[in-house]
Ligand binder design. Sequence first.
Ligand code: NAP
Ligand code: MN
Length: 279
Amino acid sequence: MGQETLNMTNVPAGRLKRFAIENRGDSFSDALRSRIFEQLSVHKFVYDDLQPDLVISVGGDGTLLQAFHRYANRLNETAFVGVHTGHLGFYADWTAEEVDGLVQSIIGKGFNIVEYPLLHVSVEYINERTPESFLALNECTVRSDEGLLVADVLIKGEKFESFRGDGLCFSTPTGSTAYNKGLSGAIIHPSLLSIQLTEIASINNRVYRTVGSPLILPQHHRCQVLPVIDRSFTLSLDHLSRIHDQVKQIEFGVADEKIRFARFRPFPFWRRVRDSFIG
Ligand code: NAP
Ligand code: MN
């Protein structure tokens, strides 16, 4: 089996005891959820949606994003696996028909844990308001809450460019196939501990200039976004969006935390890219 990421550990059978199921909520996903629940319960697995060892996401990639944010405070103790009830997903890579096989694997087989990088976002405020930090699995976008975003972009504390446009998108390698791809960003293999910065409709003319190309930053580089006039920003973390006022700076970098996926069989990243986008 090809090494998918830098960090892959083997977990012997029987180590998972507590599970939870995140569900999209449609009737098909609901039925699948009951089926998984019953089969695992029969085999003495305990449903525990507060402290699960394994979180099974049934739905789409969006369902896995929800599951990730629900358990973001205990990533070291939680492994994720995704079943898709729609089209093939990047995080949800088991089909509904394969669910019995997945359950048998959970019960009886050892598995590998693969770890993927996350995006760390920290927001500092003026007036000594307590800073906040967040994790994203796909990306974080920065927009103005009223139209044009005007902000300075710094890399490692040094001014890089003045940005004017709709917004900026900072994505993880596994998020590179999501919004980032729509912004003509590169698809990044998740073994590369990195984040990618892409522009959302920048203004470029004789007065305003940005680099225009996506930038890929390594683990030890941080990127800061600083307000120029307006200190109010809309930050979206994956599917969640919120306005932040009185912002002093927003810093982006590769997070120390990682998301852990339970891999019961190999499904290489480039094969997922091919199957999703080329067919
Ligand atoms: P959604 O509107 O259902 O998501 C849009 C699509 O992105 C869905 O088809 C979703 O798959 C897919 N997707 C999510 N993560 C992906 C990944 N890592 N690689 C490839 N495709 C991925 O909303 P959602 O399901 O809550 O997902 C939120 C994500 O939507 C955001 O994180 C952002 O990446 C993406 N988005 C994209 C655009 C754009 O491309 N213009 C704009 C806004 C948001 P499922 O159908 O399996 O859920
Ligand atoms: Mn979705």
